[in-house]
Ligand binder design. Structure first.
Ligand code: SDX
Length: 392
């Protein structure tokens, strides 16, 4: 055992750390948040209630939820001085780049409340991150397209408030369909946590050094941005657009099977799920519902369905247990909701902040937690003596 990682020689990492937050059974396609099946939470809960559950370990009573909601709402604003940070970015920087920078700068704003020995300050930092990340994300997006920043309307609920901040055009009030808000809230629930994925492990590793939660979450955002992880949702839509039509699916499958091509089916495969990602099933059903209710006939949905159908029948994918994952359909819904492609991974980051801060809090109170210190399997040269130039 070395700190945060335990290695079983020959099979790589077998366990990274103890956690009571999320359980995944990759072979059975099971996902539980604090013991509750994702399917039930998706159907009956809300994102903010799931955030409470992940942070506190239990579903809230009515009073607990209303006080939690009040606390989060109280912290949605960002200090006016934030504009100087934001306006320091090139306006055409990717919103994920701006988000990473803005989160890192939160630490400089709250340096007086960073005594991490104080449980109340730890909790306040977690609340601030959940509350402010939608405000910051929406501001980054609006700055990138030259729109004035919109302040949070605190009479709206969490997800609707975010959509309002992001999408309200300067000249007219935003008309949001209840379906759009419900679909977005459901996507937030499904992306809220996922055990020791790359970005959550990053947050825990950074947090294990005693770094504050703002920079730990900023590190998580950086890890999430990669196309093999959270950036896959943006890559899926680009892939579907390149395939273009259902009749081109065969050549995409052939290309994905050709190792030389370096092309992988984005939104397919998973480090843990060797069965259907339960989130993908829920999102696929919701995709049909959202497009149906909004009367949208997106040809990319037919391409996606054909691609899924062909891959699930193809020996290469069946043998390797490659199934659609959470990212395969989410981009089609984001597109239907009018979310621009460059904001897809930002959506993921907003939702995953609930999981990231819950893991950070869990680690801070774990008496056995130590600084993460992964080891390696050394494959370099055996020991040897130094020799001078004339002997080389
Ligand atoms: C997320 O960890 C999490 O929980 C992440 C996440 C979360 O909620 O935090 O679930 C979110 O990151 C989902 C994954 C999003 N990424 C993508 O959709 C990118 C496309 N997928 C792949 O790059 C890949 O499947 C990974 C990165 C997800 C997993 O990579 P691995 O572990 O290297 O894949 P593997 O070991 O399971 O691969 C087994 C075989 C290999 O071929 P062989 O060497 O055995 O011949 O399957 C092949 C791989 O080359 N393979 C694929 C493939 N994914 C794996 N071939 C074609 N298309 C693919 N998508």
């Amino acid at each position: 055992e070395t700190g945060c990682f335990t290695y079983d020689p020959g099979f790589g990492a077998t366990a990274s750390c103890k956690s009571a937050i999320t359980y995944i059974d990759g072979d059975a396609g099971v996902l539980l948040y604090r013991g509750y099946p994702i399917e039930q939470l998706a159907e009956k809960s809300s994102f903010l209630e799931v955030a409470y559950l992940l942070m506190h370990g239990e579903l809230p009573t009515k009073e607990q939820f209303s006080s939690f909601e009040h606390e989060v709402t109280h912290h949605t604003m960002m200090h006016e001085a934030f504009r100087t940070f934001l306006y320091g970015f090139r306006h055409d920087a990717h919103p994920m780049a701006m988000l990473t920078g803005m989160l890192g700068s939160l630490a400089s704003f709250y340096h007086n409340d960073l005594d991490l020995e104080d449980p109340e300050q730890r909790r306040l930092a977690a609340i601030r991150l959940i509350a402010k990340i939608p405000t910051i994300a929406a501001a980054c997006y609006r700055y990138s397209i030259g729109w004035p920043i919109r302040y949070p309307k605190n009479n709206l609920e969490y997800t609707t408030r975010f959509l309002h901040m992001m999408k309200e055009v300067p000249s007219e009030p935003l008309e949001l369909s209840p379906m759009a808000a419900k679909a977005m809230d459901l996507l937030f629930i499904l992306h809220a946590d996922h055990e020791q994925n790359a970005s959550t492990s990053t947050v825990r590793l950074v947090g294990s050094t005693g770094a504050n939660p703002y920079v730990s979450v900023a590190a998580g955002v950086a890890a999430l941005w990669g196309p093999a992880h959270g950036g896959a949702n943006e890559a899926v839509l680009k892939m579907l657009e390149e395939i273009g039509r259902p009749e081109n699916v065969g050549s995409a499958i052939a290309k994905a099977k050709d190792k030389e091509s370096g092309f992988r089916l984005m939104g397919f495969g998973h480090r843990v799920y060797k069965n259907f990602d339960p989130r993908a099933k829920i999102i696929r059903e919701m995709t049909h519902k959202v497009l149906g209710e909004l009367g949208i006939n997106d040809p990319l949905l037919e391409v996606a369905m054909k691609l899924e159908e062909a891959a699930l029948k193809d020996e290469y994918f069946v043998q390797r247990k490659l199934y659609p994952n959470v990212d395969f359909y989410s981009g089609i819904i984001y597109k239907a909701l009018g979310i621009p492609t460059e904001m897809f991974t930002v959506m993921f980051a907003i939702a995953r902040t609930a999981g990231w801060v819950s893991h950070w809090l869990e680690q801070q109170t774990d008496p056995e937690a130590r600084i993460g210190r992964p080891r390696q399997i050394y494959t370099g040269s055996p020991v040897r003596d130094y020799v001078g130039f004339d002997q080389r």
